[in-house]
Design a binder for this molecule. Sequence first.
Ligand code: NAX
Length: 328
Amino acid sequence: MKAPVRVAVTGAAGQIGYSLLFRIASGEMLGKDQPVILQLLEIANEKAQQALQGVMMELEDCAFPLLAGMIGTDDPNVAFKDADYALLVGARPRGPGMERADLLQENAKIFTVQGKALNDVASRNVRVLVVGNPANTNAYIAMKSAPDLNPNNFTAMLRLDHNRALSQLAAKTGKAVTDIEKLTVWGNHSPTMYADYRFATIDGQSVKDMINNHEWNRDVFLPTVGKRGAAIIAARGLSSAASAANAAIDHMHDWALGTNGQWVTMGIPSDGSYGIPKDVMFGFPVTCENGEYKIVQGLEIDEFSRERINVTLNELEEERAGVAHLLG
Ligand code: NAX
């Protein structure tokens, strides 16, 4: 059996946490041979801490063979101590009457503190996934607040958008999700993201040619994927939780264990590829191998795609400008 790794999860008593922690502890994220120590962070509020204790009791009651230890805390310096993986799920939700700018500011405060704590106490190789919204900008803030860590180890979750797009394409073509390769989602985890199936194939055949309907792409597919989060809220009265937890598992699993050459989508700091300014936390097509991701290069960006990419990039640039004063 391997030595245990430390997995920090914030917002551990929330909805996504409740779907996520049990799957991490059962080995679905890092493999059935990888013991984990869970380091769980919740806010310093009696109700939240009590709820966290309840979740930890349930984790105990599963008697997971791979769960090698567990702590619950309200202190980021404790939660992130020597963490090998950090899933930053907890964030400030949008309250009544709260403007987008206020939401950005409130979350910027949280992710500055958490980025600093990661910088101070986490493993030098910690791999960070930000789920809490606005995920890309929160990940950017955490990265900028952790100057001693490798910026490439800060990522944002676009995988839910990727998986949503996969499912829509499987339904449209009548094929299985596992048949579809080379799909990606560019940009921000927001309705502006651009799900792009121009390169996707099924048994070597072009999905674009199979569908052969630009209007469906523009008027049905993109709005369906982009507004899926809102549709779930309308139907369930609560935001996506199990599917978000599933996407977080997929993201970390593939990053740690590799994708065997398959494309997946990760929000990562741009290296300048495809004209996206350096450091912008952007959804790109990547492949993963040996614990590293690599952007798929050489894809042609046509006029429609460039327009879409610019829209989502502009939104991210605006968010970045909105928090610049907090990053010194
Ligand atoms: P919940 O409100 O159920 O849970 C969030 C938990 O985080 C709460 O228990 C809260 O006490 C805790 N929390 C808040 N601030 C914290 C802090 N500073 N440190 C530690 N814990 C903190 O929300 P949930 O449904 O679990 O969603 C969590 C986040 O994921 C939200 O920001 C949500 O918008 C975001 N999402 C992101 C998605 C993505 O694809 N990137 C999709 C799903 C989801 O909407």
